[in-house]
Design a protein around this ligand. Structure first.
Ligand SMILES: Nc1nc2c(ncn2[C@@H]2O[C@H](COP(=O)(O)OP(=O)(O)OP(=O)(O)O)[C@@H](O)[C@H]2O)c(=O)[nH]1
Ligand SMILES: [Mg+2]
Length: 217
């Protein structure tokens, strides 16, 4: 499941990478596109992906994808070539070994990032520590969208963050529900082409709001 907004320059390569890594599995690729004016959806459809549309944000796109996905394992992945398709096997194994959610982490041994300027690295570390402190979890990463879910698990979380707060919301709600979560190391490559959609200040605020909002109830 791949949320997309103006990723026409990347999508073909993303899909061919997935194809190469998924030879042993039967699978479907679902693109949830924000009516990208650059023709991302048309390209993806030509290459065999299923396409849904959503005009609100990354979170809302993922929620739409979760409702539509039929697989035993559902994986969320970015379209900017940051996520390595080779790691799909790890994310699948995480669910096959009995976990509800398996999260890629850039801060476990074996993981890393080529796509995080120092202010984002510090921000991420601060948010991870805050979540762990407030919710009693042991996460090493937050705000990273390369993850797998067992069928039906995402719906049980009753997600409602429509933008970039979605990953944080998943971490927190998974912990509150005591789901079986595991992390696997993941290496995030720099975005290859196209523009970043995440804006550090605004989306930092969204993440902070998500962290505190979930303390109630
Ligand atoms: N459907 C949809 N997809 C989005 C939206 N915003 C971002 N995306 C997609 O979500 C994924 C992650 O967005 P990015 O802009 O790469 O966010 P990021 O990885 O945190 O930021 P960079 O490190 O700068 O790339 C990409 O595949 C985007 O195309 C949106 O509003 N709607
Ligand atoms: Mg990115």
């Amino acid at each position: 499941m791949i949320p997309t907004f103006n990723e026409a320059a990347n999508i073909a390569k993303v899909l061919s990478g997935i194809k190469r890594s998924m030879k042993r599995y039967s699978y479907e690729v679902i693109i949830v596109d924000r009516h990208s004016p650059d023709g991302t959806a048309e390209k993806a459809e030509d290459l065999g992906a299923s396409v849904l549309y959503d005009d609100i944000g990354k979170g809302s796109a993922l929620m739409k994808g979760f409702r539509r996905a039929r697989g035993k394992v559902i994986i969320s992945m970015d379209a900017d070539l940051s996520n390595r398709p080779n790691e799909l096997a790890l994310l699948i194994a995480g669910i096959e070994s009995g976990h509800d959610i398996c999260m890629g982490s850039r801060f476990l041994a074996g993981g890393g990032t080529g796509d995080m300027p120092v202010h984002r690295r510090l921000g991420n570390r601060f948010f991870v520590s805050l979540v762990n402190l407030l919710y009693g979890s042991h996460y090493t990463d937050l705000c990273y969208g390369y993850r797998s879910f067992a069928r039906g698990v995402a719906q049980r979380l009753h997600l409602d963050e429509e933008g970039f707060g979605i990953e944080t919301e998943i971490n927190i709600k998974a912990q509150k529900k005591r789901l079986r979560v595991m992390e696997v190391p993941s290496y995030e490559k720099p975005r290859v082409k196209g523009e970043a959609k995440l804006r550090s200040i605004q989306d930092g605020y969204v993440i902070l709001r998500t962290i505190f909002r979930n303390l109630q109830d």
